[in-house]
Design a protein around this ligand. Structure first.
Ligand code: URA
Length: 427
Protein backbone atom coordinates (compact mmCIF):
# COMPACT_ATOMS: atom_id res chain seq x y z
CA UNK A 1 0.00 0.00 0.00
CA UNK A 2 1.08 3.59 -0.57
CA UNK A 3 -0.06 6.58 1.50
CA UNK A 4 -0.37 8.70 -1.64
CA UNK A 5 -3.02 6.34 -3.05
CA UNK A 6 -5.06 6.51 0.16
CA UNK A 7 -4.83 10.31 0.21
CA UNK A 8 -5.96 10.41 -3.41
CA UNK A 9 -8.82 8.01 -2.72
CA UNK A 10 -10.09 10.20 0.12
CA UNK A 11 -9.47 13.38 -1.85
CA UNK A 12 -11.73 11.99 -4.57
CA UNK A 13 -14.48 11.20 -2.06
CA UNK A 14 -14.07 7.42 -2.00
CA UNK A 15 -14.44 5.16 1.03
CA UNK A 16 -11.32 3.54 2.53
CA UNK A 17 -11.40 -0.12 3.54
CA UNK A 18 -10.77 -1.27 7.12
CA UNK A 19 -7.34 -2.59 6.08
CA UNK A 20 -6.39 0.69 4.49
CA UNK A 21 -7.29 2.67 7.62
CA UNK A 22 -5.40 0.21 9.82
CA UNK A 23 -2.34 0.47 7.55
CA UNK A 24 -2.43 4.29 7.65
CA UNK A 25 -2.77 4.57 11.46
CA UNK A 26 -0.12 1.94 12.15
CA UNK A 27 2.24 3.49 9.58
CA UNK A 28 1.78 6.95 11.02
CA UNK A 29 2.62 5.87 14.57
CA UNK A 30 5.57 3.78 13.32
CA UNK A 31 6.89 6.79 11.39
CA UNK A 32 6.68 5.17 7.95
CA UNK A 33 3.83 7.52 6.99
CA UNK A 34 5.32 11.01 7.44
CA UNK A 35 3.59 14.08 8.88
CA UNK A 36 3.20 15.72 5.47
CA UNK A 37 1.20 12.79 4.11
CA UNK A 38 -0.91 12.50 7.25
CA UNK A 39 -1.62 16.26 7.03
CA UNK A 40 -2.78 15.86 3.45
CA UNK A 41 -4.96 12.94 4.51
CA UNK A 42 -6.49 14.98 7.37
CA UNK A 43 -7.28 17.80 4.92
CA UNK A 44 -8.89 15.32 2.50
CA UNK A 45 -11.04 14.04 5.41
CA UNK A 46 -11.86 17.65 6.30
CA UNK A 47 -13.35 18.19 2.86
CA UNK A 48 -14.80 14.75 2.08
CA UNK A 49 -15.71 13.37 5.53
CA UNK A 50 -15.82 9.70 6.50
CA UNK A 51 -18.57 7.09 6.68
CA UNK A 52 -19.66 5.73 10.07
CA UNK A 53 -17.71 2.55 9.39
CA UNK A 54 -14.56 4.47 8.48
CA UNK A 55 -14.82 6.60 11.67
CA UNK A 56 -15.27 3.46 13.73
CA UNK A 57 -12.21 1.82 12.08
CA UNK A 58 -10.15 4.96 12.61
CA UNK A 59 -11.18 5.16 16.28
CA UNK A 60 -10.52 1.52 17.13
CA UNK A 61 -7.18 1.46 15.30
CA UNK A 62 -6.18 4.60 17.21
CA UNK A 63 -7.14 2.93 20.53
CA UNK A 64 -4.70 0.13 19.71
CA UNK A 65 -1.76 2.55 19.37
CA UNK A 66 -1.44 2.94 23.13
CA UNK A 67 -2.11 1.48 26.53
CA UNK A 68 -5.71 0.50 27.31
CA UNK A 69 -6.46 1.20 30.97
CA UNK A 70 -8.04 -1.52 33.04
CA UNK A 71 -10.15 -0.05 35.84
CA UNK A 72 -11.75 -3.36 36.83
CA UNK A 73 -10.01 -3.30 40.22
CA UNK A 74 -12.29 -0.40 41.18
CA UNK A 75 -15.71 -1.53 42.40
CA UNK A 76 -18.84 -0.11 40.82
CA UNK A 77 -19.66 1.52 37.50
CA UNK A 78 -16.85 3.90 36.55
CA UNK A 79 -18.14 6.98 34.75
CA UNK A 80 -16.04 9.35 32.68
CA UNK A 81 -16.85 12.75 31.20
CA UNK A 82 -15.37 14.70 28.32
CA UNK A 83 -15.96 18.16 26.91
CA UNK A 84 -15.13 19.03 23.31
CA UNK A 85 -13.65 22.31 24.56
CA UNK A 86 -14.71 25.57 26.03
CA UNK A 87 -13.90 28.91 27.57
CA UNK A 88 -14.17 29.10 31.36
CA UNK A 89 -15.04 25.41 31.48
CA UNK A 90 -14.32 24.37 35.06
CA UNK A 91 -17.06 21.72 35.08
CA UNK A 92 -14.81 18.72 35.83
CA UNK A 93 -13.43 20.40 38.96
CA UNK A 94 -16.91 20.37 40.47
CA UNK A 95 -18.58 17.46 38.70
CA UNK A 96 -15.94 14.83 39.56
CA UNK A 97 -16.10 15.31 43.38
CA UNK A 98 -19.86 15.92 43.24
CA UNK A 99 -20.50 12.56 41.54
CA UNK A 100 -17.94 10.84 43.80
CA UNK A 101 -19.77 12.23 46.86
CA UNK A 102 -22.60 9.81 45.92
CA UNK A 103 -20.11 6.90 46.07
CA UNK A 104 -19.89 6.61 42.29
CA UNK A 105 -16.19 6.25 41.41
CA UNK A 106 -14.69 8.88 39.09
CA UNK A 107 -11.32 8.02 37.53
CA UNK A 108 -10.69 10.79 35.07
CA UNK A 109 -7.86 11.78 32.76
CA UNK A 110 -8.00 15.37 31.58
CA UNK A 111 -6.09 17.53 29.13
CA UNK A 112 -4.31 20.85 28.93
CA UNK A 113 -5.57 24.03 27.31
CA UNK A 114 -4.59 25.30 23.90
CA UNK A 115 -5.58 28.51 22.11
CA UNK A 116 -8.76 30.09 23.41
CA UNK A 117 -9.78 26.95 25.34
CA UNK A 118 -8.62 26.10 28.86
CA UNK A 119 -7.64 22.71 30.30
CA UNK A 120 -8.60 21.12 33.62
CA UNK A 121 -5.05 19.90 34.25
CA UNK A 122 -3.61 23.43 34.04
CA UNK A 123 -6.24 24.64 36.48
CA UNK A 124 -5.40 21.89 38.97
CA UNK A 125 -1.68 22.57 38.58
CA UNK A 126 -2.28 26.15 39.68
CA UNK A 127 -2.79 24.69 43.19
CA UNK A 128 0.58 24.52 44.95
CA UNK A 129 1.90 20.94 45.14
CA UNK A 130 -0.92 19.31 43.17
CA UNK A 131 0.38 16.37 41.14
CA UNK A 132 -1.25 15.48 37.85
CA UNK A 133 1.12 12.69 36.90
CA UNK A 134 0.36 9.37 38.61
CA UNK A 135 1.15 5.77 37.77
CA UNK A 136 -1.82 3.62 36.82
CA UNK A 137 -1.54 1.80 40.18
CA UNK A 138 -1.56 5.02 42.22
CA UNK A 139 -4.45 6.36 40.17
CA UNK A 140 -6.51 3.23 40.78
CA UNK A 141 -5.58 3.08 44.46
CA UNK A 142 -6.69 6.67 45.02
CA UNK A 143 -10.06 5.98 43.40
CA UNK A 144 -10.42 2.85 45.54
CA UNK A 145 -9.55 4.87 48.66
CA UNK A 146 -11.45 8.13 48.21
CA UNK A 147 -13.58 7.58 45.09
CA UNK A 148 -12.06 10.23 42.84
CA UNK A 149 -8.90 11.18 40.98
CA UNK A 150 -8.30 13.60 38.11
CA UNK A 151 -4.91 13.20 36.43
CA UNK A 152 -3.20 14.28 33.23
CA UNK A 153 -3.61 12.14 30.20
CA UNK A 154 -1.00 9.39 30.22
CA UNK A 155 1.65 9.61 27.50
CA UNK A 156 0.91 5.96 26.82
CA UNK A 157 -2.75 6.60 25.93
CA UNK A 158 -3.64 6.65 22.20
CA UNK A 159 -0.26 7.63 20.75
CA UNK A 160 -1.87 8.19 17.34
CA UNK A 161 -4.05 10.95 18.79
CA UNK A 162 -1.13 12.69 20.43
CA UNK A 163 0.62 12.89 17.07
CA UNK A 164 -2.44 13.56 14.97
CA UNK A 165 -3.97 16.22 17.24
CA UNK A 166 -0.71 18.22 17.21
CA UNK A 167 -0.66 17.94 13.42
CA UNK A 168 -4.31 18.95 13.05
CA UNK A 169 -3.73 21.91 15.32
CA UNK A 170 -1.22 23.43 12.88
CA UNK A 171 -2.90 22.37 9.63
CA UNK A 172 -6.41 23.79 10.22
CA UNK A 173 -7.97 20.33 10.42
CA UNK A 174 -9.24 20.23 14.01
CA UNK A 175 -12.85 21.27 13.49
CA UNK A 176 -14.17 18.32 11.52
CA UNK A 177 -16.62 15.78 12.87
CA UNK A 178 -14.92 12.51 11.88
CA UNK A 179 -11.55 13.55 13.31
CA UNK A 180 -12.96 15.04 16.54
CA UNK A 181 -15.16 11.97 17.11
CA UNK A 182 -12.27 9.52 16.63
CA UNK A 183 -9.90 11.66 18.72
CA UNK A 184 -12.27 11.98 21.68
CA UNK A 185 -13.69 8.47 21.60
CA UNK A 186 -10.35 6.70 21.13
CA UNK A 187 -9.16 8.35 24.36
CA UNK A 188 -12.38 7.66 26.25
CA UNK A 189 -12.45 4.01 25.17
CA UNK A 190 -8.75 3.51 26.05
CA UNK A 191 -9.23 5.23 29.43
CA UNK A 192 -11.36 2.29 30.48
CA UNK A 193 -14.54 3.74 32.06
CA UNK A 194 -17.78 1.75 31.82
CA UNK A 195 -19.92 4.77 31.00
CA UNK A 196 -19.20 8.10 29.32
CA UNK A 197 -20.87 11.50 29.43
CA UNK A 198 -19.92 13.71 26.48
CA UNK A 199 -20.32 17.47 26.65
CA UNK A 200 -20.49 18.64 23.05
CA UNK A 201 -20.10 22.41 23.04
CA UNK A 202 -21.69 24.57 20.36
CA UNK A 203 -21.45 28.25 19.48
CA UNK A 204 -18.97 31.00 18.84
CA UNK A 205 -16.36 29.64 21.29
CA UNK A 206 -16.66 25.96 20.24
CA UNK A 207 -15.46 23.83 17.32
CA UNK A 208 -19.07 23.16 16.34
CA UNK A 209 -20.74 26.41 15.32
CA UNK A 210 -24.31 25.15 14.77
CA UNK A 211 -26.59 22.84 16.74
CA UNK A 212 -26.99 20.62 13.65
CA UNK A 213 -23.21 20.05 13.48
CA UNK A 214 -23.02 19.49 17.24
CA UNK A 215 -25.87 16.96 17.01
CA UNK A 216 -24.09 15.05 14.25
CA UNK A 217 -20.87 14.96 16.29
CA UNK A 218 -22.78 13.90 19.41
CA UNK A 219 -24.65 11.12 17.59
CA UNK A 220 -21.42 9.86 16.00
CA UNK A 221 -19.65 9.67 19.36
CA UNK A 222 -22.60 8.07 21.16
CA UNK A 223 -22.74 5.35 18.48
CA UNK A 224 -18.98 4.74 18.77
CA UNK A 225 -19.25 4.36 22.55
CA UNK A 226 -22.25 2.07 22.41
CA UNK A 227 -20.66 -0.10 19.72
CA UNK A 228 -17.92 -1.08 22.18
CA UNK A 229 -20.33 -1.69 25.06
CA UNK A 230 -19.88 1.61 26.92
CA UNK A 231 -23.05 3.35 28.06
CA UNK A 232 -22.72 6.74 26.38
CA UNK A 233 -24.81 9.92 26.61
CA UNK A 234 -24.05 13.29 25.03
CA UNK A 235 -25.33 16.72 25.98
CA UNK A 236 -25.14 19.62 23.55
CA UNK A 237 -24.23 22.71 25.53
CA UNK A 238 -23.97 26.40 24.78
CA UNK A 239 -20.51 27.91 24.33
CA UNK A 240 -21.48 31.24 22.80
CA UNK A 241 -20.46 32.97 26.03
CA UNK A 242 -17.84 31.85 28.58
CA UNK A 243 -19.11 29.28 31.07
CA UNK A 244 -19.74 30.59 34.58
CA UNK A 245 -18.04 33.72 35.88
CA UNK A 246 -14.29 33.17 35.57
CA UNK A 247 -11.73 32.52 32.84
CA UNK A 248 -8.18 31.83 34.05
CA UNK A 249 -6.59 29.01 35.98
CA UNK A 250 -6.66 30.08 39.65
CA UNK A 251 -9.69 32.27 39.09
CA UNK A 252 -11.56 29.18 37.89
CA UNK A 253 -10.37 27.17 40.89
CA UNK A 254 -11.80 29.90 43.13
CA UNK A 255 -15.08 29.86 41.22
CA UNK A 256 -15.19 26.06 41.49
CA UNK A 257 -14.83 26.40 45.27
CA UNK A 258 -17.70 28.91 45.35
CA UNK A 259 -19.88 26.45 43.42
CA UNK A 260 -18.80 23.57 45.67
CA UNK A 261 -19.82 25.72 48.65
CA UNK A 262 -23.27 26.26 47.11
CA UNK A 263 -22.42 29.92 46.38
CA UNK A 264 -22.01 29.76 42.59
CA UNK A 265 -24.21 31.51 40.05
CA UNK A 266 -27.50 29.63 39.82
CA UNK A 267 -27.12 28.96 36.07
CA UNK A 268 -23.77 27.15 36.25
CA UNK A 269 -24.59 25.37 39.52
CA UNK A 270 -27.84 24.08 38.05
CA UNK A 271 -26.07 23.02 34.84
CA UNK A 272 -23.45 21.03 36.75
CA UNK A 273 -26.16 19.37 38.85
CA UNK A 274 -27.94 18.33 35.64
CA UNK A 275 -24.71 16.78 34.34
CA UNK A 276 -24.15 15.05 37.68
CA UNK A 277 -27.68 13.63 37.58
CA UNK A 278 -26.96 12.13 34.13
CA UNK A 279 -23.58 10.72 35.24
CA UNK A 280 -25.15 9.18 38.34
CA UNK A 281 -27.90 7.67 36.26
CA UNK A 282 -25.28 6.14 33.93
CA UNK A 283 -23.96 4.44 37.07
CA UNK A 284 -27.51 3.30 37.98
CA UNK A 285 -27.88 5.81 40.82
CA UNK A 286 -31.09 7.78 40.33
CA UNK A 287 -31.21 11.17 42.09
CA UNK A 288 -33.31 14.29 41.66
CA UNK A 289 -31.68 17.64 40.88
CA UNK A 290 -32.59 18.77 44.41
CA UNK A 291 -30.82 15.76 45.94
CA UNK A 292 -27.73 16.49 43.82
CA UNK A 293 -27.82 20.20 44.77
CA UNK A 294 -27.89 19.25 48.42
CA UNK A 295 -24.37 17.88 48.12
CA UNK A 296 -23.22 21.35 47.00
CA UNK A 297 -25.09 23.02 49.84
CA UNK A 298 -24.16 20.64 52.67
CA UNK A 299 -20.44 20.57 51.87
CA UNK A 300 -20.22 16.89 50.85
CA UNK A 301 -18.93 17.65 47.35
CA UNK A 302 -16.43 20.20 48.69
CA UNK A 303 -15.17 17.64 51.22
CA UNK A 304 -14.53 15.19 48.36
CA UNK A 305 -12.73 17.89 46.39
CA UNK A 306 -10.47 18.69 49.35
CA UNK A 307 -9.77 14.97 49.84
CA UNK A 308 -8.70 14.75 46.20
CA UNK A 309 -6.49 17.84 46.45
CA UNK A 310 -4.76 16.41 49.54
CA UNK A 311 -4.41 12.91 48.09
CA UNK A 312 -2.62 14.37 45.05
CA UNK A 313 -0.20 16.47 47.10
CA UNK A 314 -2.04 19.82 46.88
CA UNK A 315 -1.80 22.46 49.58
CA UNK A 316 -5.23 23.22 51.10
CA UNK A 317 -4.19 26.66 52.33
CA UNK A 318 -3.03 27.61 48.85
CA UNK A 319 -6.30 26.30 47.44
CA UNK A 320 -8.25 29.10 49.10
CA UNK A 321 -5.68 31.86 48.44
CA UNK A 322 -6.93 34.83 46.37
CA UNK A 323 -5.08 35.59 43.12
CA UNK A 324 -2.03 37.88 43.15
CA UNK A 325 -1.83 40.26 40.18
CA UNK A 326 -0.41 43.69 39.37
CA UNK A 327 -3.59 45.18 37.95
CA UNK A 328 -7.33 44.59 38.26
CA UNK A 329 -9.08 46.60 35.58
CA UNK A 330 -12.85 46.91 35.43
CA UNK A 331 -14.82 46.76 32.19
CA UNK A 332 -17.83 49.00 32.61
CA UNK A 333 -21.20 49.05 30.87
CA UNK A 334 -21.47 51.98 28.47
CA UNK A 335 -25.26 52.19 28.70
CA UNK A 336 -28.27 50.76 30.54
CA UNK A 337 -29.71 47.51 29.16
CA UNK A 338 -29.51 43.72 29.04
CA UNK A 339 -26.25 41.95 28.15
CA UNK A 340 -26.95 40.44 24.72
CA UNK A 341 -23.61 38.78 23.94
CA UNK A 342 -20.24 38.09 25.55
CA UNK A 343 -18.27 36.47 22.74
CA UNK A 344 -16.55 33.40 24.18
CA UNK A 345 -13.83 33.19 21.55
CA UNK A 346 -12.71 36.81 21.97
CA UNK A 347 -12.66 36.55 25.75
CA UNK A 348 -10.82 33.23 25.54
CA UNK A 349 -8.20 34.73 23.24
CA UNK A 350 -7.87 37.79 25.43
CA UNK A 351 -7.35 35.61 28.52
CA UNK A 352 -4.69 33.78 26.51
CA UNK A 353 -2.89 37.07 25.85
CA UNK A 354 -3.02 37.79 29.57
CA UNK A 355 -1.05 34.57 30.04
CA UNK A 356 -3.95 32.38 31.19
CA UNK A 357 -3.74 30.26 28.00
CA UNK A 358 -1.24 29.03 25.42
CA UNK A 359 -0.89 30.20 21.82
CA UNK A 360 1.43 27.22 21.21
CA UNK A 361 1.87 24.06 23.25
CA UNK A 362 5.22 25.13 24.72
CA UNK A 363 4.00 28.49 26.13
CA UNK A 364 4.29 28.94 29.90
CA UNK A 365 1.14 29.94 31.78
CA UNK A 366 0.50 32.72 34.26
CA UNK A 367 -1.90 30.95 36.64
CA UNK A 368 -3.06 34.16 38.33
CA UNK A 369 -4.40 36.14 35.37
CA UNK A 370 -7.80 36.08 33.69
CA UNK A 371 -11.24 37.64 33.61
CA UNK A 372 -14.15 37.50 36.06
CA UNK A 373 -17.62 38.43 34.82
CA UNK A 374 -19.95 40.25 37.18
CA UNK A 375 -22.68 40.10 34.52
CA UNK A 376 -23.60 37.40 32.04
CA UNK A 377 -25.86 37.25 28.98
CA UNK A 378 -29.45 38.04 29.99
CA UNK A 379 -28.43 40.09 33.05
CA UNK A 380 -29.51 43.72 33.24
CA UNK A 381 -26.87 46.43 33.75
CA UNK A 382 -26.80 50.13 34.45
CA UNK A 383 -24.39 52.51 32.71
CA UNK A 384 -21.11 52.56 34.63
CA UNK A 385 -21.71 49.20 36.36
CA UNK A 386 -18.92 46.60 36.25
CA UNK A 387 -19.47 43.93 33.59
CA UNK A 388 -16.13 42.18 34.08
CA UNK A 389 -12.82 42.51 35.90
CA UNK A 390 -9.55 41.82 34.14
CA UNK A 391 -6.74 40.38 36.28
CA UNK A 392 -3.42 41.19 34.61
CA UNK A 393 0.26 40.96 35.40
CA UNK A 394 3.32 43.01 34.42
CA UNK A 395 3.65 42.71 30.71
CA UNK A 396 0.05 43.73 29.99
CA UNK A 397 -0.45 47.42 30.77
CA UNK A 398 -3.74 48.69 32.20
CA UNK A 399 -4.10 50.83 29.03
CA UNK A 400 -4.04 47.73 26.84
CA UNK A 401 -6.72 46.17 28.98
CA UNK A 402 -8.84 49.29 28.59
CA UNK A 403 -8.39 49.00 24.81
CA UNK A 404 -9.97 45.57 25.10
CA UNK A 405 -13.35 47.22 25.49
CA UNK A 406 -12.96 48.73 22.03
CA UNK A 407 -12.53 45.51 20.13
CA UNK A 408 -14.65 43.15 22.17
CA UNK A 409 -18.14 44.46 21.85
CA UNK A 410 -20.23 43.71 24.88
CA UNK A 411 -23.61 44.14 23.26
CA UNK A 412 -26.22 45.75 25.45
CA UNK A 413 -29.82 45.59 24.24
CA UNK A 414 -33.37 46.02 25.50
CA UNK A 415 -34.40 42.45 24.56
CA UNK A 416 -35.32 39.89 27.22
CA UNK A 417 -32.80 37.06 26.74
CA UNK A 418 -33.24 33.57 28.14
CA UNK A 419 -30.10 31.45 28.24
CA UNK A 420 -29.90 27.70 28.66
CA UNK A 421 -26.75 25.71 29.10
CA UNK A 422 -28.07 22.28 27.94
CA UNK A 423 -29.58 22.54 24.48
CA UNK A 424 -30.23 18.84 23.82
CA UNK A 425 -29.51 15.40 25.29
CA UNK A 426 -28.59 12.54 22.95
CA UNK A 427 -28.57 8.96 24.18
N1 URA B 1 -10.96 17.45 21.85
C1 URA B 1 -10.26 16.34 21.55
O1 URA B 1 -9.85 15.59 22.43
N2 URA B 1 -10.02 16.07 20.25
C2 URA B 1 -10.45 16.85 19.26
O2 URA B 1 -10.20 16.54 18.12
C3 URA B 1 -11.17 18.02 19.58
C4 URA B 1 -11.42 18.29 20.89
Amino acid sequence: MRAVDLIQKKRDGQVLSSNEIQWLVEGYVAGTVPDYQMSAFAMAVYFKGMTTREISDLTMNMVKTGQEFDLSAINGVKVDKHSTGGVGDKVTLILAPLVASFDVPVAKMSGRGLGHTGGTIDKLESIKGFQVERSQDDFIKQVQDIGVSVIGQSDQLVKADKLLYALRDVTATVDTISLIASSVMSKKIAAGADAILLDVTVGEGAFMKTVDEARELAQTMVSLGKAVGRKTVAVITDMSQPLGRAIGNRLEILEAIDILQGKGREDISHFICELAKIMLSLANVEKTIEEVKQHLENGQALKKFEEMILAQGGDLEDLYRPVKVDHVVEILAKEDGIIEALPAMEFGLFAMRLGAGRAVKTDALDYETGIVFEKKVGDSVKKGETVAKVYANGKISPELVTDFQKYVKIKISDKVIKTREIIEIIS
